[in-house]
Design a protein. Structure first.
Length: 153
């Protein structure tokens, strides 16, 4: 049984354990700098199974939309609906705040990298669409896409 609940400070180490087990999605800067800082300042949700955290999503509001900061599910728990359940909770929170859109950004589809092909496929299945493309000077992320999903009232 999976339980979705708000993130608490006590969850940070378990979230970092998931992050550290997924280096193909979270590079060294994300693991060692960005995520530890963002966890202190972003809200979000965790997915628990038998009292153990198996997935997470962090959130912040910017530009009039609920934005996903970081999102991860344990490798062995992928494709079991946990990400979809976390995203459904994000939608409920956004609606409760009067927001009509959820957004995030990810590696652009001009970059051939299998892990992010799966990431994009997940978001497309959930109804997200590209609203902006950006070329970057980061060799590991030559293009990023900003994506969003309108949510029903």
């Amino acid at each position: 049984m999976i339980n979705i609940r708000p993130i608490s400070t006590e969850d940070h180490q378990a979230i970092m354990n998931i992050v550290n087990e997924l280096p193909e999605w979270f590079d060294g800067r994300a693991r060692n700098h960005s995520i530890p800082i963002d966890l202190k300042h972003q809200d979000g949700f965790v997915a628990e199974s038998d009292g153990r955290i198996v997935g997470f999503v962090t959130l912040f509001v910017s530009e009039g939309r609920m934005n996903i900061g970081w999102f991860g599910v344990e490798r062995t728990r992928r494709r079991k609906g946990i990400g979809s359940r976390l995203l459904a909770q994000v939608e409920l929170k956004a609606k409760g705040m009067g927001l009509k859109e959820i957004g995030t950004y990810t590696l652009g589809d001009s970059v051939q990298y299998t892990p992010y092909e799966a990431t994009r496929a997940f978001y497309w299945k959930q109804g997200f669409k590209i609203y902006q493309r950006n070329k970057t000077d980061n060799p590991s992320c030559a293009e990023e896409i900003k994506i969003s999903k309108r949510i029903a009232e």
